[in-house]
Each structure stands twice: as C-alpha cells, then as structure tokens.
Design a protein around this ligand. Structure first.
Ligand code: SAM
Ligand code: SF4
Length: 486
C-alpha cells in the first residue's frame, strides 16, 4: 500500500497510461517540414492532436516520432490537476538544450494549460513561441509562420460554435481497429472542482451528419470500433439552425429539428452492425432511459457506461455542484441494471478529500462503490485548481496525508470489486474484438469484450479487427483470460 500512496494522483492502469503522453508517429509524404506532437491528459486531447496534425499537414508538415528531427514541437497539455501542469513544465525544461542548439525550432503549448495561462506562459517559459487554446487550432499555421519570423504569438480565443466538423483527423497512435470521434466540445456544467469549463469553453455539438460520415469512412478503412467523445455526451443536442447548447435550449420550440444523444447513437450504430460503438463520458444527471433503450436495441452499441460519481455523499455532491444526489445516482444505476442487465460494465471517477469531507462522508463513497460494484474506476485526490468555484468558495482543508489515505482505501476497494466483477464473467461465452497481440507475449492476442474488459486469448492467427467468440476461463482484477470457441 505504501508504494501506491507515495505518488498517487492517478491510479487506474488506463489512467496511468492516459497520464503518460502520446506522441506522433513517423509519416513521410515528402513534405518539407516536420512536426512532433506530445499529447497529455484525456482522450479529448488525444483526439484534438489528430485535428492539429491534420491542420498542420495541410500547411506542409509531415509528422515525426523524434523531437530532435522536428521543426515544430507542440505539447498538447492538461490542467485538470496540478500535477499534470507540473509534468508539462518539467518537459519544457528538458527541451532547453535542444532549443539552444536549434534556435529556429518553434515550440508551442496547446490545450487546457495554454487556455488557462495565456500570455503568462510566454513570460514564465521562455522557450515557448506559441500558446494556442483548444478552439484556435485553425490559426496554428499562421502563428507558426510568425514564430519562424521571430514573433511569438498567443491565441486563446474561445469559440461558441467551433467543432472542427469539416476537418478529417489524421489518426495518430492508431491500432487500425479503434478510433475516437469527437462529437461535442466544451462543458456547460460548473462542477466546483473542475477547470474544464474555463479551458474548453461553452458546450457545442457537432453536426451529426459529419459524425456519421467520419464513422462510415473509418469503417470503410477497416476500423471496427468508434468511441464518441465529449465531456458530457448525454447532453449532446444539435439542430440545423443552432449548435450552441445554451442558445439551442432557449429557442428549442422554434427549431426545425433537434437531434439528441440517443438519436445520434442510433445513427452511428446504423453505419454497420460490424462497427462497435462506444461513448464517454456520461453525466449522471443527463443519461436518459431513451439512451439506455437505444443501447439495448443495437447489439453493436457496447454495453458499458462510464458514469462518474465523484463522491457517494449527497452533501459533498452538492458542494461539488454535481446537481444530483446519492439517491438520484443509485436510481440511474438501477435503470441501467433493469434495462441493460447485470453484465453491463459501469465505471466511475472518484475524488477523495474534497473540501470539508468528513470520515463518515468518505465512508459513503466506499459504500456507494459496494452498492454499484464498479468494474473499474479512475481515482484521484482533490487538487485545487485556480479560478474554479471551489477555489473561490471553499478552503482546501483536508491534509494531504488524509487525502492520500482515503484515496488508498478507495483504490483497495476498487481492486476487490474489479476482481469480484471479473469473476462473474468466468465460464461465460462473450464476443471479443481483437486489437492485436498482447504486450507480454506474441503467443497471445488481446481483445476487448462489450463491457470494455481486456480479454487475453492464445494466438491462433486471428487478426486485429476480427471478432471471436471466447469462453472466459480465468481472470485477475484487471484482465480476463479465455479460449476461442468459434
Ligand atoms: N466530464 C467528465 C465528468 O463530468 O465525469 C469528467 C472530465 S474530467 C477531465 C475527469 C475527471 O477528473 C473528473 O471526473 C474528476 O474525477 C477528475 N477531476 C477533475 N477536476 C479535479 C480536481 N480538481 N482534482 C481531482 N480530480 C479532478
Ligand atoms: Fe468538469 Fe463537471 Fe464538465 Fe465533467 S461535467 S468536464 S467534471 S465541469
């Protein structure tokens, strides 16, 4: 336990990966310059880097996986916790020598940290040439060109409409099987702990026809799974006249048609029964029975919901401004179980040690975990973020040691629940989608079941993108093991 506690900020293996950065790969199409992008944080950021790569490609850049070969380095950053920002600053300092030896190289900071710190970032980090927020990526070629002429630049304009709907993303770090499709941007919720509404602006939904077109193109290229991405996908709402959520809600009765998330899910599911559809993240206040019934209706919509609870205590949830309480959350879980059954995967995000949280309230988080029986969770301790409602209104009064101990208890609970849930799969026959060989051995293949669990099977020559029926024979808390039955 000691070992885990030392530097926990982020724990689940998937999140540990997400905390790492992803980089561009080598692509040589004969262009004169090269760009290297390092992306930190959430899937939204990785998806944004694919849009950035596409924009830069149009203006004469190939991608590289070696920053020493790059003419332009972009760090696409995350601000969600303090540690995420420290990681980026450390990384920038590592580029100092490189920049000294190659002063003509342009270094840019993109994403949430750029949006939060704006020109302060140019003052504080001398090697940075351009600072560009999530809604201003179309301006990158201009800003890079100016930087090449010696003029540093900042564009952190937040748009009320931008969705990059017309940009076809360059797939980075792709396994050729699964891809992310961004369906909306921004967030209109004001969770008191969260910096996202300030760094990503107001909520807007992307044209559903461009989403379906992107899914179809991916399927035509051989992809078998798409994940529809947004901070709060269940609040997706689009009309031909308006894509800004707040404005759309005000004039809904005057609009010719309104597409909600259940409609969009159905539209994407219809691309092909052989294309799996996933989505993330669902907000407990917004997920409707209509969405759950749409999931039930289509076999290819995966039976897995990421439904972050954050805390199991209603007073803390109120302070967090999550706009639901413990009872509401448990009712939503009841609806999931009634409509989609026991096997539907449910995961969560949890924050330990939010302002004023008592030991009893922390126990409520542990008890809600026991009731829901999450398949896995992303678990954090509270990190105060400047400018958020919580930073303005509440004291960050839980000592770090207590936050870490509470988090360790949450992690321990989750490990035992994950094992319990995985054991329920042993003996069952499930369809898995093969993603590639397992990291540990070429002799094994890695696939995923509908509930988003990794399943390892012996390598019998199946290819990435193949479906297989597998009998689950064993499990650990993180993985299922199985054998092919057909
Ligand atoms: N939109 C998603 C939702 O509402 O569930 C979450 C997006 S946020 C990028 C991912 C997770 O980071 C949150 O669910 C929360 O658990 C965690 N998080 C956000 N702000 C945090 C903070 N200040 N300290 C610790 N964890 C935080
Ligand atoms: Fe942040 Fe809440 Fe929006 Fe999620 S729903 S991005 S936690 S403000």
């Amino acid at each position: 336990m000691e070992n885990i506690i030392k530097d926990i900020d982020i724990i689940a293996p998937e999140e540990a990966q997400a905390c790492d950065f992803k980089t561009t790969e080598e692509e040589n199409t004969g262009k004169s310059k090269k760009i290297y992008i390092e992306s930190y944080g959430c899937q939204m950021n990785f998806s944004d880097s694919e849009i950035v790569a596409s924009i830069m490609k149009e203006s004469g850049f190939d991608t590289t996986s070696d920053f020493e070969q790059a003419d332009v380095i972009f760090l696409n950053t995350c601000s969600i916790r303090e540690k995420a920002e420290q990681t980026v600053r450390k990384r920038l300092s590592q580029f100092n020598t490189l920049k000294k030896n190659k002063p003509e190289m342009t270094i840019g900071v993109l994403g949430c940290m750029a949006e939060r710190l704006k020109d302060k970032l140019l003052e504080e980090e001398k090697i940075v040439d351009v600072v560009v927020g999530p809604d201003a990526y179309r301006d990158l070629p201009n800003l890079v060109a100016s930087a090449e002429d010696g003029n540093k630049g900042v564009n952190t304009f937040l748009s009320r409409e931008e969705t990059y709907a017309d940009i076809s993303p360059v797939r980075l770090n792709s396994n050729g099987v699964s891809a992310f499709i961004s369906i909306m941007r921004g967030c209109d919720n004001m969770c008191s702990f969260c910096v996202v509404p300030f760094t990503r602006g107001r909520e807007r939904s992307r044209d559903p026809h461009s989403i379906v077109k992107e899914a179809q193109e991916l399927f035509d290229k051989g992809y078998k799974e798409v994940t529809l991405l947004g901070q709060n996908v269940d609040s997706y709402k689009w009309s031909p006249e308006e894509n800004n959520k707040a404005r759309l809600n005000k004039k809904e009765d005057k609009l010719s048609a309104v597409i909600n998330f259940a409609h969009l899910l159905e539209m994407v599911a219809k691309v092909s029964p052989a294309l799996r559809v996933r989505f993330s993240t669902s907000h407990p206040k917004d997920i409707t029975d209509e969405v759950l019934y749409t999931m039930k209706k289509y076999n290819n919509i995966c039976k897995y919901i990421h439904l972050p609870v954050q805390s199991g205590n209603s007073r803390v949830l109120d302070l967090m401004n999550r706009t639901y309480d413990r009872e509401w959350y448990l009712n939503r879980v009841k609806a999931i179980r009634e409509i989609l059954g026991k096997e539907c995967g449910i995961s969560s995000d949890m924050i330990a040690g939010f302002c004023t949280e008592t030991e009893e309230e922390h126990q409520d988080t542990l008890s809600i975990m026991d009731i829901v029986k999450y398949d896995f969770s992303y678990m954090f301790f509270y990190s105060e973020r400047p400018g958020t409602l919580a930073a303005k209104k509440f004291e960050d009064d839980i000592p770090l040691e207590i936050k870490k101990r509470r988090l360790a208890e949450i992690i321990e609970k989750q490990a035992s629940l994950s094992l319990q849930r995985n054991k329920l799969d042993v003996g069952k026959v499930q369809e898995i989608l093969i993603e590639g060989t397992s990291k540990r051995s070429q002799e094994q293949l890695k696939g995923r079941n509908s509930a988003n669990k990794v399943v390892i099977i012996p390598n019998n020559g199946l290819k990435p993108g193949d479906y297989a029926m597998v009998k689950v024979t064993d499990c650990s808390s993180a993985t299922l093991f199985g054998e092919i039955v057909s």
